[in-house]
Design a protein. Structure first.
Length: 147
């Protein structure tokens, strides 16, 4: 996704992992489309579901947890209930203790994203709250989803 300020929409072909997400009646706002804050919830759900599905994130007992340090969303086209969306996730950068995930939301048959953006997780020790290096197992797994 372009950082130059250009309004380039992410394309479905740019992503290798997808999560179907059902919109809900309560997601719509007074203007008849999914409210902007819900898009961030979709991003968060998609990234964490990827980590859970890959066996990396243990919500109850894992020693490593990700805290959102930065997020951005660009809106390109409205989505409205009852329209389902598919969230595409890819890994843009793996640092020492952080990962930048890029996420795009697609309407059912649209090859271009209705919205796209990113999430940066800083991984910390659950007990101390201090940043911790990303384990090699995580690096190997996440590298399969790199852009």
């Amino acid at each position: 996704m372009a950082e130059s300020g250009a309004r380039v929409r992410a394309r479905r072909d740019d992503f290798r992992w997808f999560l179907p997400i059902a919109t809900r009646w309560m997601d719509n706002d007074a203007y008849g489309h999914v409210n902007n804050v819900v898009y961030y919830s979709f991003f968060d759900t998609a990234v964490n579901r990827l980590l859970i599905d890959q066996g990396l994130l243990d919500l109850a007992q894992g020693s490593l947890i990700g805290l959102v340090a930065e997020t951005q969303c660009r809106f390109h086209a409205p989505v409205a209930f009852p329209e389902p969306v598919q969230a595409g996730v890819r890994v843009a950068h793996i640092g020492n203790s952080s990962v930048r995930y890029e996420v795009a939301l697609f309407r059912e048959s649209d090859p271009q994203a209705a919205a796209d953006g990113h999430f940066v997780h800083v991984y910390v020790d659950r007990v101390t709250g201090r940043p911790t290096p990303i384990p090699d197992q995580w690096r190997r797994c996440l590298s399969h989803f790199q852009a």
